[in-house]
Design a protein around this ligand. Structure first.
Ligand SMILES: [Zn+2]
Length: 294
């Protein structure tokens, strides 16, 4: 299987590839927060139920000696209710794509979740015939921020629809979980970086090699259509923190020529920023000659 140029990038001696677990449809208004429909609908065309299509992006990061997986989509055992409500579609999904690349689940050394909402960690565990949940990657360490883990296992009432603790608990019980407290090195050149806002302990992943940097933004900037600062999801628990963190990251990304990786962008999972006078342009990976207005 070949990964298209829009979905992969090499940073020094580290390879990063988007693996699509599937797509779902979410209310466009909720995805763009305070931004009026007349503005966001130019960037993300809604269907007749006002929903836009989102990708469930997972990223495979291969360093010379470590294979990491960043976020795991909704997973193969998504509940019917969720699948119907979100018009979820998968073909072939994360596990099918890994197999297409010749990788077994046991080849993954580290799984890191930006946060534990069901659409970012669903593939962490698989359901057995007896209805138990087991780690889907038998040799992996699972890395999550400690605060996020506590929130997910004991969600407050407002967060209950977003977290599925029964599927996560076995990770804690089987000794494969490594809880992080703030920024944490994952492998040479790969680091988890705290970006609070979407949740209190939401994190991104920074990859640095050969003088270049890639930054996975998680849900801080879910698609390239969210690059402008006020474009923040209604789902964010702390939108002012998202705003401030996003501003700081994007300023560095522009100044230092970072490649950005998005959690929910279907067509442009990877790309960079380019200044054109007063305007900032987004340059999708694999399309260096066709910048898009931010
Ligand atoms: Zn998300």
């Amino acid at each position: 299987m070949k990964i298209p140029p829009s979905d992969r990038v090499t940073i020094g001696d580290i390879e990063v590839a988007r693996l699509l677990d599937g797509t779902l449809r979410v209310d466009g208004g909720a995805m763009f927060g305070v931004v009026p429909r007349t503005l966001w609908a130019k960037r993300a065309v809604p269907d007749n139920e006002n929903r836009i299509t989102l990708a469930l992006n997972c990223f495979l990061i291969r360093t010379p000696d470590t294979t990491l997986l960043v976020d795991t989509g909704v997973g193969p055992d998504i509940d019917r209710r969720y699948a119907d409500f979100y018009s979820f579609e998968r073909n072939p999904g994360l596990f099918g794509l890994l197999a297409g690349l010749g990788l077994e689940p046991a080849d993954i050394d580290i799984v890191v979740n930006s946060h534990l909402h069901f659409d970012h960690c669903g593939g962490n565990t698989l359901r057995t015939a007896e209805g138990k949940w087991n780690p889907a990657f038998p040799k992996a360490r699972f890395i999550v921020q400690r605060g996020e883990w506590e929130q997910a296992l004991h969600p407050v009432e407002r967060d209950k629809p977003s977290y599925l603790p029964a599927r996560l608990k076995p990770l804690g019980e089987s000794g494969v979980l490594a809880l992080a407290d703030g920024d944490t090195p994952l492998a040479p050149g790969v680091e988890a970086v705290l970006i609070p806002g979407h949740t209190a302990f939401h994190q991104g992943v920074k990859v640095v090699s050969g003088g270049r940097t890639l930054f996975y933004l998680g849900d801080a900037v879910p698609t390239a259509a969210h690059l402008e600062l006020p474009y923040i999801m209604s789902y964010d628990l702390y939108p002012v923190e998202t705003y401030n963190n996003k501003k700081a990251i994007l300023e560095r990304a522009e100044a230092e020529g970072w490649i950005l990786a998005f959690s929910h962008d279907l067509r442009h999972p990877l790309g960079s920023l380019r200044r054109a006078g007063p305007r900032l342009e987004f340059v999708p990976a694999g399309e260096a000659s066709a910048p898009k207005k931010v």
